[in-house]
Write a protein that binds this ligand. Structure first.
Ligand SMILES: NC(=O)c1ccc[n+]([C@@H]2O[C@H](COP(=O)([O-])OP(=O)(O)OC[C@H]3O[C@@H](n4cnc5c(N)ncnc54)[C@H](OP(=O)(O)O)[C@@H]3O)[C@@H](O)[C@H]2O)c1
Length: 315
């Protein structure tokens, strides 16, 4: 796959260390963003059914395949099973919908997007009259068994988890015939997730860092905090290498041995974010950036009192 450095999964498949994020990339802008990313050298896309734009991502792929710029085997595609489809009999159909939207016969990695299941059969975000998401009793270990079946069917090469905590990963590991290949979690200097990363690694699970730039589309982690991309420390370290804070943040993930999936729909930023393979952070830089840790979680879902909410434990 092109010249992008790769990590090797526990099943022997490989994954480019940088991919383009597509959450919040609007239909109408995501097709062009994916085309720009492929032209810039990206060979990995991070998608999900809940992002509502997999058809538009598929249009870009179709065009790049037709132009002969890439073949299917040259690009790594991740998608995610949404919480209303955890019931084992719904998993294959959910993945087939994603495949049809993307215009593909298989994807490379399918993740359980969140450990919590929501009421099946209606809205993707089924709220009750109090504005709370309506849970479903499905246990993600039963979902995992159905995830293994879609590997057997050849619909995805690898399967993994997203937003699972240590205990939840352990429960999956206990029953898994096919071990999770990757864990996708929020990682950036305000939430550097050292313990969970070390734990996943000890099990042979690679880690993908989402919201690596601090997801500036969302409110900042704590009132009074400057936004991560404006953090003076990142600017100072960036000056040392003649790189932007975004490029320092992307290297912060890569140099910790992670896969990283920054999102942009802006061509110049898509190119800038990929232009990170001509420098490396030192161990000292990584330690200094790590000192920004403030448990600054940006992304959460559902009610903390509901079953399988992942963020009540220490990690
Ligand atoms: N598994 C999960 O539950 C989960 C949760 C969240 C995210 N994700 C995945 O991770 C991806 C990345 O996370 P994210 O979208 O939350 O946030 P992010 O990648 O940390 O930040 C994206 C934002 O940064 C801006 N940006 C990008 N490059 C920049 C640069 N060089 N300089 C300044 N600003 C820049 C983008 O603006 P423009 O687009 O306007 O350029 C966009 O507003 C998502 O797109 C999604 O694929 C997964």
């Amino acid at each position: 796959m092109a010249n992008v450095p790769q990590l090797v999964f526990n099943n022997g498949h490989t994954c480019p260390v940088i991919g383009l994020g597509t959450w919040n990339s609007q239909p109408g802008e995501v097709t062009q963003a994916v085309k720009d990313a492929i032209d810039a050298g990206y060979r990995h896309l991070d998608c999900a059914h809940i992002y509502g734009n997999e058809k538009e991502v598929g249009l870009a792929l179709k065009e790049k395949f037709a132009e002969g710029v890439i073949k299917r085997k040259d690009i790594f595609i991740t998608s995610k099973l949404w919480c209303t489809h955890h019931r084992p009999d719904l998993v294959e159909g959910a993945l087939r919908t994603t495949l049809s939207d993307l215009g593909l016969d298989y994807i490379d990695l399918y993740l359980i997007h969140w450990p919590q299941a929501f009421k099946e059969g209606g809205e993707l975000l089924p709220y009750d009259s109090q504005g709370k998401l309506i849970p479903s009793p499905v246990d993600y270990v039963d979902t995992w068994k159905a995830m293994e079946k879609v590997v057997d069917l050849g619909l995805t090469k690898s399967i993994g988890l997203s937003n699972f905590n240590k205990k939840q990963i352990d429960r999956v590991m206990e029953i898994a015939r096919i071990k999770p290949a990757s864990l996708q979690i929020e990682v950036h200097p305000y939430l550097n997730h050292e313990k969970l990363i070390d734990y996943a690694r000890s099990l042979g699970i690679t880690v993908t860092a989402y919201s690596p730039l601090g997801s500036p589309d969302r409110p900042g982690p704590k009132p009074g905090y400057s936004h991560l991309l404006e953090d003076p420390l990142l600017k100072t370290i960036g000056e040392k290498y003649n790189k932007s804070p975004a490029q320092i943040l992307i290297r912060y993930a890569i140099d910790r041995g992670l896969i990283v999936i920054p999102k942009s729909v802006t061509k110049s930023r898509i190119i800038q974010n990929f232009n990170v393979f001509d420098f490396q952070l030192t161990a000292e830089d990584i330690k200094t950036i790590g000192s920004l840790e403030c448990n600054g979680r940006l992304c959460s879902l559902g009610d903390i009192n509901q079953p399988f909410y992942p963020f009540n434990d220490e990690f």
